[in-house]
Design a protein around this ligand. Structure first.
Ligand code: MOS
Length: 777
């Protein structure tokens, strides 16, 4: 019997749920992070410094090879033709014209593509990376409008692109569900996310809402969003003696290698995926059909194949964020104490993926409401599989929740920051777990002071500067701390005092390589120049996803494990003649290119001295971190307080964001420069979410109508004001290095902060994203 993916996930989730209870009750000392990482205590080393990117010189010199830049002999270039119907069968597929076009080597269709197994969908296995589980070019069936129907391989990209225009297809059209409202009328299903139902109930929230003296009950919507990383999805694929080499732009090298191996029926080790540099991922650079098609075309043509998706092909083949329809209802006492918090609604997904946009996630831990009802219902559409996109859930969930908080503050005539602080929970409201580290009150206090919040006029529509209304707004930002299982690291130390760390991690522009170089140097007591951090290659140890803002914690835990193994080895080698004799691995740390007793730094021996005495040139260890049980023992989150000033043109309705401040509480900040860039980048993406980003999906045909940056707008230079960022820098005692992720939190809260500022400026409450000028006139 084969169970549907949802059911398997629910069963897995139930088992994890039982485990979770035991983990919650276990003593702290049994849990990873139960003893604080000694690095948290280091105050004057590399950690926190605004170290410039280690890969900066390579990048500005054009010497950092991205996926489509590996020079390979006899390269062929590919382009993809897409279906124009949402569901049905290919009736005729005429590729003669394309085959006869200049430079064309082959046209791959379902008729001649290599026979492949269906891809294991993300979460179906710890190593699965696919956005859905649909077969890739194996038969006539069409599952979404935009599905690849032919891959043209030619001597040049231009020839491939031209030949693509000559492919002719006719279809037998089948009825498709492409309209959310039509699907809703037939009923909805419980959304399930990471094996858990997207449902929480505490008490009777509807009853408490009805009894509350002050209420807000409103609907908020967010449209679909498409991934628009500057680097297009790109892959270079070639086969050699039955082994596949893939230069990919990916957030998951090891997952991709394993998943492709399942599909092609080859051993996992026969597929090597490298991805040393990625031009932005945001959740979109996982395994989609293009890598499989490129590898298939390379096998078919016996040529190395490069497939760089056109921007349109990215829209047709790479899933984005699904739209949401949210209800947020808040009931409060007159002093603002929340008696009821309801956050519920509907989002569409496909039947072939496991990612309902989980917009209730922020409400699970944000406020201490007496009663709660949180619920995500789904409908299934015939469309391209939706997927993870920067802070899935939190980005659009905070729009609804934090807009409603602002509406409640207005109804109560209470300052919106004060309202939030009055409802600050002392433990996680839905899990009942203690918070590992939550200093959101400090983020609010410091942010309000820097922003000049006290100068705000709480009366909407009261501040005018010529033809511009001016207003300010704020919102809470929040994103969980995750650490996924499967990490591992190899650590090599040379007698010259050089450390090399190998781990199958990723650099998508966040500064991973730089921050990790700092962490490793600090932990080992070495200068930055003495550390080499190797990553972006599936043949390196570890299963590390650059997603969920968890890479820093994941690599950190792996490096801690490897370092501990190294220290053990070194102490053994040092032996009884060393000043370190008798010390336990827990009692020493890295210092001045050697080991030192933590409580007596004068007991110190250099690595060079230890290795020389042992007659060793190098020492190499590999280790895995413990399971990430800390996430089930504490409630762990990054936090932020967002402040926005807008100017709204009274004549045209145009909104300009004139000032923005993000005040963050994300544990210890490892690199002040790269972290600030992450915060700013997230906020900029949040401004796009607030004001312009919108996938135009035709509900009649299920076709995306604006598949280009000319028609799908993202913020450009002139849309982005001075963005100020600050942080508490208070370490989480239970996280590696005391650090939380910083990659996704910036987009959260930003949409609501803008909407709340627009309300303060104009008195108009826009509950439908994006806030375009037509909604303000
Ligand atoms: Mo992120 S949406 O987990 O890359």
């Amino acid at each position: 019997m084969s169970l549907p993916e949802d059911a398997k996930q629910l069963i897995q989730g139930a088992v994890q749920g039982l485990m979770g209870k035991a983990v919650a009750l276990a003593p702290d000392s049994w849990i990873p992070g139960g003893k604080p990482d000694p690095l948290i205590r280091h105050q004057h080393g590399h950690i926190g410094k605004p170290v410039t990117r280690v890969d900066g010189p390579l990048k500005v010199a054009g010497k950092a090879p991205f996926a489509a830049e590996f020079p390979i002999q006899a390269m062929a270039y590919a382009a993809v033709a897409h279906s124009t119907i949402a569901r049905g069968k290919i009736l005729t597929l005429d590729v003669a014209g394309a085959e006869a076009a200049p430079g064309v080597i082959a046209v791959m269709t379902y008729r001649n593509a290599p026979r492949l197994k269906a891809p294991p969908v993300f979460l179906s296995d710890p190593k699965a990376a696919s956005g859905d589980n649909l077969p890739v070019m194996q038969d006539e069936e069409i599952h979404w409008n935009g599905q690849p129907i032919a891959v043209i391989v030619a001597e040049t990209q231009e020839q491939a692109d031209h030949a693509k225009s000559l492919v002719r297809a006719t279809y037998e059209v089948a009825p498709a569900v492409t309209d959310i409202e039509v699907a809703k009328a037939k009923g909805t299903k419980q959304g399930v996310f990471m094996g858990q139902p997207l449902h929480n109930a505490i008490g009777d929230a509807e009853e408490a809402l009805a009894a509350a003296p002050v209420t807000v009950d409103a609907h908020y919507t967010s449209p679909g969003h498409n991934h628009n990383a500057i680097e297009l999805h790109a892959v270079t694929a070639y086969w050699q003696d039955g082994a596949l080499r893939l230069h990919d732009a990916t957030q998951a090298v090891a997952h991709t290698a394993w998943t492709m191996a399942q599909m092609f029926g080859v051993d996992e080790k026969q597929i090597v995926v490298t991805s040393p540099f990625v031009g932005g991922g945001f959740g979109g650079k996982t395994l989609w059909q293009h890598q499989v098609l490129a590898a298939g075309a390379a096998r078919l043509t016996e040529r190395p194949v490069r497939l760089v998706l056109s921007r349109e092909s990215v829209y047709r083949m790479v899933g984005g964020r699904a739209p949401t329809q949210q209800r947020v209802a808040l009931g409060a006492d007159r002093d603002g104490t929340l008696k009821a918090l309801i956050h519920s609604g509907v989002t569409p997904k496909t039947a072939t993926n496991v990612m309902p946009e989980p917009f209730i996630l922020p409400a699970r831990s944000a406020y201490a409401a007496e009663t709660m009802l949180l619920d995500v219902q789904i409908v299934e559409l015939d469309m391209l599989a939706n997927t993870f996109m920067r802070a899935p859930g939190e980005s659009v969930g905070t729009f609804g929740l934090e807009s409603a908080l602002d509406e409640l503050a207005h109804a109560l005539a209470v300052d919106p920051i004060e309202l939030r602080l009055r409802n600050e929970p002392d433990k996680d409201p839905t899990l009942g777990l203690p918070f590992s580290s939550r200093n959101i009150d400090e983020a609010w206090r410091a942010g309000a002071e820097r922003f000049g919040w006290s100068r705000r006029n709480p009366v909407p529509g009261a501040t005018r500067d010529g033809e511009w209304w001016v207003g300010v707004g704020c919102a809470t930002a929040t994103y969980p701390y995750y650490r996924m299982p499967g990490g591992a690291a190899r650590l090599t130390l040379t007698r010259e005092g050089h450390a090399i760390v190998d781990i199958a991690a990723h650099e998508m522009g966040m500064g991973t390589a730089t921050a990790q170089t700092q962490v490793i140097a600090e932990r080992l007591g070495l200068p930055l120049e003495a550390v080499t951090f190797n990553y972006g290659d599936s043949s390196l140890p570890g299963l590390v996803l650059a997603g969920g803002s968890q890479q820093t914690a994941s690599i950190g835990a792996s490096v801690i494990a490897a370092h501990r193994a190294l220290v053990k080895e070194l102490l053994k080698l040092a032996g009884n003649d060393s000043v370190l004799a008798g010390l336990d691995p827990d009692e020493v740390g890295g210092q001045d290119a050697g080991l030192a007793a933590l409580d007596d730094p004068d007991r110190h021996e250099t690595y060079a001295s230890i290795l020389a005495r042992a007659g060793r040139q190098t020492i190499m260890v590999e280790a895995e971190p413990p399971m990430p049980l800390e996430t089930q023992h504490w409630s762990m989150h990054s936090h932020g307080a967002m402040f926005c000033e807008v100017r709204v043109n009274a004549v045209t309705g145009e909104v300009r964001v004139s000032r923005f401040l993000g005040s963050f509480d994300c544990g210890r900040i490892l690199n002040a420069k790269t972290a600030a860039s992450q915060f700013r980048g997230g906020i900029i993406m949040g401004l796009g979410l607030a004001l312009m980003e919108e996938t135009q999906f035709d509900p009649r045909k299920g076709r995306i109508m604006n598949p280009s940056l000319a028609e799908y707008h993202v913020p450009v230079q002139m849309d982005v004001p001075q963005i100020d960022v600050m942080w508490t820098d208070i370490p989480d005692p239970h996280a590696p290095m005391g650090a939380h992720g910083v990659g996704e939190i910036g987009i959260t809260g930003t949409g609501a902060a803008v909407a709340n500022a627009v309300f303060n400026a104009t008195g108009k409450r826009v509950r439908d994203l994006p806030i375009t000028l037509d909604k303000l006139l």
